[in-house]
Write a protein that binds this ligand. Structure first.
Ligand code: FAD
Length: 350
């Protein structure tokens, strides 16, 4: 038995959850070993990484947005400092009303959202975007370049000897009263950051997952010099790589997690068509499954039967925003014994 890692934490999965968890522990002086399959298409690798203050049909502020944004910006800026590159791009969003109900709903809401609205409201050029009903411009948003964040973090972890490629089979991890064993090595604890697949793991299959597959496309289109993120039944982002991204669909009855259904593509194409004035060309499409837990909850903490088996899941459609704040809460719980909020605790009543 190799006891070299006995004080270290084993992290399974290097998506947005596992990466934020690893950095958060490393920043606090902990040793980690991260194991990930390094699949080409995962939820975190295809995500647009948007941070959007006002969302949904109800045009409401995302739950916990203010405090989670402060934690996220500070976290990504610190990681940019370590990695020496820009990952988080501040950008304004423009939400264009997509039906006759939204303008009235917004009138009733806009006063309470003032803090997230640009002082000078500028909408879109009608040379490039259809805009029959108006809309509003938001500040305090942007996007994370998830591909660069994950790949550069991975490289850094590898250089420190903290990263391994591979699949962790269910019965390979053996917990006991003082820690866990994996492939002949001892760890203080294991943190499962395995996304939607946790719903198929016998230790976690009782967590009420309602995961949903989403499709996102890369496209070529003329949108003039528009550099903001535009929402019009679909969101459109000009990515740092120069291509436009648009998405995304929501499918809870998926079979193959990475299959792009023709129906999803048709829906996206139709919505883009309703948003853009000029012709566009879809270059490719990818699909993956977001890990969603009932009521969009984040669930963290120790397994009820295995003290040293830890869970970190439920990033849903907001992994960029949610991961840093919740990784901090979990790290403080593990290292200082600070209680988890009851609604988040895996040991709480689900
Ligand atoms: C189309 C689409 C668009 C999205 N857009 C946005 C957006 O704009 N903004 C936003 O904030 N969020 C967005 N999301 C949501 C975001 O992607 C998720 O919240 C986030 O990626 C979930 O991260 P995760 O680390 O929990 O899971 P995952 O990304 O699924 O990561 C889990 C990792 O664990 C690995 N793994 C699993 N099992 C094992 C095992 N047994 N052994 C080793 N490795 C294992 C997997 O290979 C994977 O790398 C989007 C998602 C989709 C699908």
């Amino acid at each position: 038995m190799n006891t070299e890692n006995a004080a270290a934490t084993l992290i399974i999965g290097q998506g947005l959850a596992g990466t934020a968890m690893a950095w958060t522990l490393i920043e606090r002086g902990k040793r980690v070993l991260i194991v990930d399959r390094d699949e080409p298409v995962t939820s975190s690798k295809i995500a647009a990484g948007l941070l959007t203050p006002i969302t949904g049909m109800r045009l409401s502020l995302s739950r916990g947005y203010k405090e989670q944004l402060v934690a996220a910006v500070s976290f990504y800026r610190r990681i940019e400092g370590v990695l020496g590159c820009r990952l988080l791009h501040a950008k304004r969003h423009v939400r264009l009303f997509k039906n006759e109900i939204e303008p009235g709903r917004w009138d009733a809401r806009k006063q309470e959202m003032k803090r997230f609205l640009s002082a000078r409201q500028r909408l879109v050029s009608e040379d490039y975007f259809h805009n029959p009903r108006g809309g509003f411009e938001m500040k305090h948003g942007g996007y994370l370049d998830t591909v660069s964040y994950l790949s550069r973090s991975r490289k850094w972890f590898e250089e420190q000897g903290m990263m391994q490629r591979g699949n962790v089979a269910i019965d390979e991890v053996q917990p006991d009263a003082t820690g866990v064993s994996w492939r002949g090595q001892r760890f203080r604890e294991v943190i499962y950051c395995i996304g939607w697949e946790a719903g198929n793991h016998p230790w976690f299959d009782w967590v009420p997952f309602q995961s949903a597959r989403g499709t996102i496309v890369r496209l070529r289109a003329d949108i003039g010099d528009e550099d903001r993120i535009i929402h019009h039944g679909v969101w459109l982002l000009r990515h740092a790589d120069g291509y436009l991204r648009a998405g995304s669909t929501y499918d809870t009855r998926f079979g193959n997690p990475n299959e792009v259904p023709t129906g999803d593509l048709a829906v996206l194409e139709q919505r883009i068509n309703q948003a853009l004035v000029k012709p566009f060309e879809i270059l490719d499409a990818r699909a993956a499954v977001r890990p969603i837990i009932r009521d969009q909850r984040m669930i963290l903490g120790r397994h009820p039967a295995h003290e040293h088996v830890i869970f970190f899941n439920g990033l849903a459609s907001k992994g960029t925003l949610r991961a840093p704040w919740h990784a901090q809460i979990l790290a403080e719980h593990l290292m200082s014994g600070i209680s988890l909020p009851e609604t988040m605790d895996l040991r709480g009543n689900l």
